[in-house]
Design a protein. Structure first.
Lengths: 540, 223
């Protein structure tokens, strides 16, 4: 018997409602289609502050935090940036709660030399109001901007080279962290690819380190990003993180949130359409109607201005690997739905948000990374779709970019993609040029733009999906040239897309629909001897 | 190796050509000289305003005509003060970092300005720029005639000067950068591979957005 979150459509099933950017689209899927819904949110911890204190006092494979403090010592606290969680969490953000307790503890032990760094790596700098939202008024007013600030990976004077791993990966991180007697990392683990060694070794590093693993070769060898055991990216980051932890004293605090992305008025978006009450059906129709009628900025505001009521379901602290192991377990408990067998055709809507467009527009390159990067990789075990299979996505693919946040993306999409879509060629011919673009670097350092290499990483992020999938068909695109630049085909309706997909699929294809958000994952098992499973080249 | 060409007024400093000129005029040997220079400048003000609307070159030529009769020694001696008291306090906080980034990336950094070369040299030294293309006054018997030597550094001429400079140094213009705040510098920005709008005026901002040129706000950046 299949999991209650995996349902099979029959002739009486209602149409499914999927996201297409910031709109909702009703689609009819064939009888026999399996639809994967996210699991209901795990009940949050009753007393989060108590859980934080317990984790600090009973850490994994480490002395309690208080035992590692000495009066007058130098401490660096690093926190996850705005890319987590999605959408931003309703106040108080769990990072504020952890920071409040940690800072009080530091004060009790006469540790005054404390700086808080937002571990942005090559993400955009967070704006003051965004930082305030994450850390709370009291901490913001006391520390911003001198003792609470964004990491700057291009501030060469403040980056320190720590050495190379056994495979030659260069590790360079923020000077303040290196020169501190203790680094405390405050993480928010939304999905299994977050946290662990990635926190310090990626969050506080720069391009010199990132290029070791954010490249097409490593990305192709990830099965999947959400499963560290079978991800070359995670293995590379682990090697670098191990080196960091050998050189620095790191105390990791990881927090896990459930998947309660929508609050009461929108909770029905996570439900099986066949189970909606008459009131919920009316609300869904009204929401769809409203989204169809209002202009794009209003649609963006409807979804992005309302923070999510995530609940904290675990707090783990101590040595990085040991704490992260418990975190991963909780993430999988929240997300993984067992699925037997891979599909020939995977259908999913692409929502309005990704880790890289908080408070801005999901541009075409990010649509690509959502489809072939994130959605494709929401699996453990085997991929949801067979090698050479088809992915059908819903999104308008509007040719619109945020000039402030995504300046280098525009040149990447409109100058480089018409030249080639080959990730290796893009890497070889253009990445260095972008990495040295003085204007983009200035926009990253002093403005609020992503680093000029970030669009390349976004393209590589889709590489595993691109190599695995035979075709991607987009339904509802408002233009043809953006899908063409991305290497996608277009269809005017789901019916047409399925007809196109069937041309290259076996008779009676197995169709799987990923009904997200909220976030869910498939734990795909494949019967022995079944064809189409990828063959990972090397699982070191 | 590419080069980065930086406009100065409005791009790296928040002033324009007028305050440095006024500083010169207010620091004449005697009060009578000062009064005479100021009166002459005021008399020419309407023509300057008209020139600014027509062509930046006309404005520059009218503005610098007020230097007529000033000794070369005085111009050079006061240049240091003009830099220290007028330009340096008005440098945008992020100007130095931006130029350092360009130098770190291996660019030759050239300041291209309608201001007087003697003053711009001080700024270039302070910022770490390696080259200067700026206006020069004509002198006769070590006294300024009030005329600018050709070519006048302004508007479309900047494009020609950048092209000549790049050609002489063997730079590929497609690899070069041009930074400016003003729509009047669009010719210069259009001939390089990487135009960048810095603290852009309304017209330049609209153009930069239309062509997806990077836009930098140096006035908002930390020192």
């Amino acid at each position: 018997m299949s999991h209650p979150c995996l349902i099979t459509l029959d002739s009486r099933s209602a149409p499914r409602t999927l996201f297409s950017g910031d709109r909702l689209v009703e689609v009819d899927l064939p009888t026999g289609t399996r639809v994967l819904y996210s699991k209901p949110p795990i009940e949050p911890l009753k007393d989060v502050d108590a859980a934080i204190r317990y984790a600090l006092n009973h850490p994994e494979n480490s002395e309690p935090l208080y035992a590692r403090l000495r009066p007058g010592m130098k401490v660096c606290i690093a926190i996850d940036d705005i890319s987590l969680p999605l959408p931003p969490m309703r106040r108080p953000d769990v990072r504020e709660r952890v920071l409040t307790i940690v800072l009080a503890l530091l004060a009790d032990y006469a540790v005054d030399d404390v700086e808080i760094i937002i571990a942005t790596s090559v993400h955009r700098r967070m704006k003051a109001f965004e930082v305030r939202h994450v850390v709370g008024d009291r901490i913001f007013d006391k520390y911003w901007p001198d003792k609470l600030y964004n990491h700057d990976a291009e501030d060469k004077d403040n980056m320190v080279y720590l050495g190379t791993t056994e495979l030659g990966e260069e590790v360079e991180i923020n000077r303040r962290a290196v020169e501190s007697d203790l680094v405390i990392y405050v993480n928010l683990n939304l999905v299994p690819m977050d946290g662990g060694h990635k926190s310090v070794a990626v969050g506080l590093c720069g391009y010199r380190s990132l290029r070791a693993h954010h490249n097409p070769r490593v990305m192709r060898d990830c099965y999947s990003y959400m499963n560290p055991e079978t991800s070359s990216l995670a293995r590379s980051v682990d090697r670098m993180g191990k080196l960091v932890n050998e050189k620095l004293k790191v105390f990791t605090i990881e927090t896990v949130v459930n998947n309660r992305m929508f609050d009461k008025p929108l909770e029905f978006l996570a439900k099986n359409e066949d189970d909606l009450s008459p009131a919920e059906k009316t609300a869904l129709r009204a929401l769809r109607f409203t989204l169809d009628k209002v202009p794009q900025p209003a649609r963006q505001a409807i979804f992005q201005r309302v923070p999510s009521p995530y609940g904290v379901i675990a707090v783990n602290a101590g040595e990085t690997v040991a704490a992260h192991k418990k975190t991963l377990h909780k993430n999988y408990e929240q997300y993984c739905v067992p699925v037997e067998g891979q599909a020939d055709i995977l259908v999913t809507g692409i929502p309005y948000i990704s880790p890289y467009n908080v408070n801005s527009f999901l541009n075409p390159l990010l649509v690509q990374v959502m489809a072939q990067g994130y959605m494709f990789n929401l699996y453990k075990g085997a991929p949801m779709v067979k090698r050479g299979g088809t992915m059908i996505v819903l999104h308008p693919c509007t040719d619109l970019f945020d000039n402030e946040h995504h300046a280098p993306y525009i040149e990447f999409v409109h100058r480089l993609l018409p030249e080639t879509r080959d990730a290796l060629e893009l890497h070889r011919r253009y990445e260095r040029e972008f990495a040295n673009n003085a204007a983009y670097i200035e926009m990253y350092r002093k403005g609020n733009a992503y680093h000029p290499t970030h669009p390349f990483f976004m393209w590589y992020w889709g590489e595993a999906g691109r190599q695995h999938l035979g075709r991607v068909i987009v339904v509802g695109a408002d233009n043809e040239y953006i899908p063409k630049l991305l290497g996608w085909e277009t269809a005017r309706s789901m019916e047409e897309a399925l007809r196109m997909a069937r041309l290259t699929a076996p008779a009676n294809p197995d169709i799987l629909c990923l009904h997200l958000p909220p976030i869910g994952m498939a734990d795909v098992s494949v019967p022995p001897g079944a064809g189409g499973v990828h063959a990972p080249s090397d699982h070191r | 190796m590419p080069a980065s060409y930086f406009d100065v007024d409005g791009t790296l400093v928040s002033t324009n050509l007028v305050p440095p000129t006024l500083y010169y005029l207010l620091n004449q040997p005697t009060p009578i000289h000062v009064a005479r220079s100021i009166a002459r400048a005021l008399f020419k003000a309407p023509m300057m305003a008209w020139g600014e609307m027509q062509d930046r070159r006309i404005f520059n030529e009218v503005l610098f005509s007020v230097f007529e009769g000033m000794s070369e020694d005085r111009l050079v001696t006061l240049a240091d003060d003009v830099f220290e008291r007028v330009l340096k306090p008005n440098l945008y906080p992020g100007a130095r970092d931006l130029i350092r980034t360009c130098v770190d990336k291996g660019h030759e950094v050239v300041l291209i300005s309608g201001a007087l070369e003697v003053v711009v040299h001080h700024l270039a030294r302070h910022l770490g720029a390696t080259g200067v293309i700026a206006n020069k006054l004509e002198f006769k018997d070590r006294t300024a005639t009030g005329k600018l030597l050709r070519p006048v550094v302004a508007g479309p001429n900047k494009a020609l000067l950048v092209r000549d400079h790049a050609r002489a140094r063997g730079y590929n213009l497609d690899e070069c950068y041009a930074f400016s705040d003003s729509y009047s510098d669009v010719p210069m920005m259009s001939i390089v591979g990487y135009p960048v709008a810095v603290n852009p005026d309304r017209k330049l901002k609209a153009l930069a957005n239309a062509y997806h040129w990077p836009v930098i706000d140096l006035s908002a950046t930390a020192a």
